[in-house]
Write a protein that binds this ligand. Structure first.
Ligand code: HT7
Ligand code: ZN
Length: 845
């Protein structure tokens, strides 16, 4: 399979004045007529992309195009330059089959509704077109269909039964094209922009789902307002439509004026959605809306630049959520996600820079590195240039590049030009893969503390050399009595080794390092349990404070895997935390949630040892038991104190109380044999507590009644049943997890072609660390069997899920051999997709 290289990018030789599309929709035989007005702007042939199209006719200015110019093997139509006038209209009529489109890329059917997904390269499945992000055009779209609601990008021009026409005046690349046709109901509202323009808003759902879409609409309005206030950017069309779709490969898609969402990120009621679901809905609605400026008005020159739009938009959605909710909790959650997903990716065979320089299948690069690390890099930039510098740079970015398709170089240039700062070294964060390891040793004498830092990044695939990066190190100093003796100070590390001194200190302080998680690095430093406990009790920075408690727990857990039944310092420290928990329930809940098994394994592997999944599971269980026994009284008091105080509200305060309550339940269940969980499951008036209780009952192997009740109650709600499929393999005892997943997969309602249902069950198992990594290899075989079944149907979703194998090389040779055998089985499958083939090859390399 051909590898695409950043170095090979060449400008497209034509500009498009307008693209006109005319759809006559039919499940098996949709006709697409297109007319594209091209104008030459550089030398070269006319290259159009097309995949799986039945081409009925093609003309240039009315003259037929020779159909033998189609190179079906390359999915291209190449018309030589000497056959083309300087300006011309290319017209085509093609036939496509949406019903057969199970890959969910291009135009497809979901529950009888026509919908599209064109990012990254889906438009070529709709018609012949320059399907690359740097070719932008205004679009006019006609839709003929007997479906009652017919939507596309931009503003409506005409709607009559059986027909609609839309005009999108903002030039856009094909990946932002969208069309929806179905029997839909709207939740309507409106928003008046700061400059006084009234925008009609609609969230479109299936009939009957209207009562579940209110929170999505509220989130949209909050997003529009926030972006005006925080970035001074207004919406730019007369309408903004969101459509909820049941069959969707990812979370949502930012098509211009017509966002399409996975229904799980739209539909919510207290009875069906958890606090986490609500927060995600708000965050993703914001994310897609914010793309209107960072992605749509300013897009990417090529797909290597994906983090230009995704990193920036994640950064902005993180800012939005922290403004809407608790900034401290949001930051800690983001750090947890980054560590769990991106650090893991960076430490294995799939490691790549935020801006990769080659790929085979771009869909495999919608990764934690591009998204989450891309956002962290912007957070560092902001820290280095300050809030004012950031604002100036962003204003310049919008002014200078509106309507353009840009690169990371353009992005860095606006920061240099707006702030005068040299960012040549900083750019390495975009081009170099791997997570730097920051080591700290300390020297203390006569009131002077010297901090000796060293940065080191291990080689990653294709990148052996790792020059030093700029690392903003935010730190503070906490005196032995808990007072802060140095408030947050940002050191800029630019060398491989660098020392910083602090003088005039009375007593030796404890360093509160990497405050606010100021750089995406791992930290290596010696700390005593007492020092960690001091920071947990007194640090003024919530992130560093949480980190101290987390490290204390991690050390205790790792010691336990080595047979040492320790953890007294942690247990003592948690006692203090529990006493004050009511003052900040969210923080207490975060500290009570011990590091997960996967993270323990990662930490053990990073120290050069081989993690044993069963020992890790036992260690964690043992520590939970000991904490529960030591703090039964306080945990019980808090569990009762955090009972609901009025109607459910999915806000920060309410979810903080529920998270603390469930954290307490996780411990108390080990003492009461699940009685509280049983009662809570029966009585809870919201899904957060119900699901929490159910997970606890599964972990305690006391779940039969609850699962039956849950299924009976929610049989007809696909999204809630996805939870039912997910929690069973996830929370089952490791030795039962694979069997449980097998039994669930055999059920008639395991609708595996639906990505949500497939992911629920399969990711439920792969997230059960000791269950998936069962020593007999049954977890690996189960996953491989299902990936092989899904690949011919939906390569995108299959390939993404291969990443469950990315950590195999850290385990013992027995497990490694079994995992590699499973991967080789996938690799040998005849007709394996390019998506999955690339992933398996990289993991096996
Ligand atoms: N920009 C979108 C990324 C995307 C996608 C979404 C749905 C289905 C397939 C997709 N491929 C790529 C989503 C986002 O980041 O906002
Ligand atoms: Zn995005």
């Amino acid at each position: 399979t051909a590898t695409q290289y950043l170095a090979d990018w060449r400008p497209y030789p034509f500009a498009i004045a307008e693209t006109r599309l005319d759809f006559t929709l039919a499940a098996r035989t949709t006709r697409v007529r297109s007319a594209i007005d091209f104008r030459r702007i550089g030398p070269g042939d006319l290259v159009l992309d097309g995949a799986g199209l039945k081409t009925l006719s093609m003309t240039i200015d009315g003259r037929p195009v020779d159909p033998t110019l189609i190179r079906a093997d390359q999915e291209k139509l190449i018309i030589p330059a000497d056959q083309l006038p300087d300006s011309f209209t290319f017209e085509a009529e093609v036939q496509i089959d949406p019903e057969a489109n199970t890959a969910l890329e291009g135009l497809y059917l979901s529950g009888g509704m026509f919908c599209t997904q064109c990012e990254a390269e889906g438009f070529r499945h709709i018609t012949w077109y320059p399907d690359r992000p740097d070719v932008m055009a205004p679009f006019r779209v006609e839709i003929h269909s007997d479906k009652p609601v017919l939507l596309s990008n931009g503003n409506p021009v005409n709607t009559a039964p059986g027909h609609a026409s839309w005009h999108d005046p903002w030039p856009k690349p094909a990946y932002l094209f969208a069309l929806v046709a179905g029997d839909l109901r709207a939740i309507p509202d409106s928003f008046t922009t700061a400059s006084g323009r009234k925008v009609a808003l609609n969230v479109w759902v299936r009939p009957g789902d209207e009562p579940r879409a209110g929170y999505a609409m509220e989130s949209l309005i909050r997003s529009m307002k926030w972006e005006e206030e925080a970035y001074g950017r207004e919406y730019d069309l007369d309408v903004f439509n969101i459509v909820a779709v049941d069959d969707f490969n990812m979370g949502a898609m930012e098509n211009k004026g017509l966002n399409i969402f996975n229904s799980k990120l739209v539909l919510a009621t207290a009875e069906t959605a958890t606090d986490g679901d609500y927060e995600r809905i708000e965050g993703v609605i914001g994310h897609e809306y914010f793309h209107n400026w960072t992605g749509n008005r300013i897009t990417c020159r090529d797909w290597f630049q994906l983090c230009l739009k995704e990193g920036l938009t994640v950064f902005r959605d993180q800012q939005f959520t922290s403004d809407m909710r608790s900034a401290a909790v949001k930051r800690i959650h983001d750090v947890q996600t980054l560590r769990a997903r991106q650090f893991r990716e960076d430490a294995g065979p799939l490691s790549h820079p935020p801006r990769p320089d080659h790929y085979q299948e771009i869909n495999n690069f919608y990764t934690a590195t591009v998204y989450e690390k891309g956002a962290e890099v912007i957070g560092m930039l902001k820290r280095l240039v300050g809030d004012e510098g950031y604002r100036k740079a962003l204003d310049l970015y919008f002014d200078r590049h509106d309507g353009q398709a840009c690169t990371i170089e353009d992005w860095i240039a606006v920061f240099q030009d707006a702030t005068g700062r040299d960012l040549v070294q900083f750019k390495r964060w975009y081009t170099d893969a791997g997570t730097p390891r920051l080591s700290l040793t300390e020297e203390w004498a006569n009131g002077k503390l010297v901090l000796n830092f060293r940065q080191h990044t291990a080689p990653t695939p294709g990148q052996a050399e790792k020059p030093a990066r700029v690392i903003p190190i935010a730190l503070g100093l906490i005196g032995p009595n808990g007072d802060e003796v140095l408030p947050t100070t940002v050191l800029e590390m630019t060398e491989e080794r660098q020392s910083f001194a602090f003088e005039g200190l009375g007593a030796r302080p404890v360093v509160s390092l990497l405050r606010g998680f100021s750089a995406p690095v791992t930290v290596a430093r010696e700390m005593t349990a007492d020092e960690q406990a001091l920071l947990l009790a007194h640090d003024t920075d919530p992130c560093a404070r949480w980190q101290a408690g987390h490290d204390l727990a991690l050390d205790a857990l790792i010691d336990r895997t080595r047979g040492k039944a320790v953890g007294e310092a942690l247990i003592r420290a948690l006692g203090g935390l529990l006493d004050d928990a009511e003052a900040d329930p969210a923080f207490a809940a975060l500290c009570l949630s011990l590091p997960g098994e996967e993270e323990i394994a990662t930490t053990i592997a990073a120290s050069g040892a081989v993690p044993d999944p069963d020992a890790i599971h036992a260690a964690r269980r043992g520590l939970v038991q000991d904490i529960a026994e030591a703090h039964e009284v306080a945990l019980t008091r808090l569990f009762d104190a955090m009972a609901p105080q009025g109607p459910y509200r999915p806000d920060a305060d309410g979810s903080a109380r529920r998270s603390l309550r469930l954290a307490c339940l996780g411990y108390l269940g080990r003492l009461d044999d699940g009685n509280r969980a049983d009662t809570l499951f029966a009585d809870a008036g919201n899904m957060t507590e119900r699901q929490g209780a159910l997970e606890q009952l599964i972990a305690l192997d006391r779940d039969a009644d609850a699962l039956a009740r849950f299924a009976a109650e929610f049989r007809d709600n696909r999204l809630v049943m996805d939870k039912w499929f997910m929690v069973q393999p996830l929370r089952a005892a490791p030795e039962k997890a694979v069997a449980r997943a097998r039994a669930l997969a055999a059920r008639p309602d395991f609708d595996w072609k639906n990505p949500n249902r497939f992911r629920a069950l399969i990711s439920g198992l792969t997230a059960n660390h000791a269950g998936f990594h069962a020593a007999d290899g049954s977890g690996y075989d189960f996953l491989a069997d299902w990936l092989m079944k899904l690949d011919p149907v939906n390569p995108q979703t299959t390939a993404r899920m291969c990443s469950a194998f990315e950590t195999i090389s850290r385990y013992d040779t027995g497990r490694q051999d079994k995992a590699r055998a499973a991967l080789r089985r996938i690799a040998a499958m005849p007709g394996l997709s390019r998506n999955t083939s690339e992933m398996v090859t990289r993991i096996l390399a």
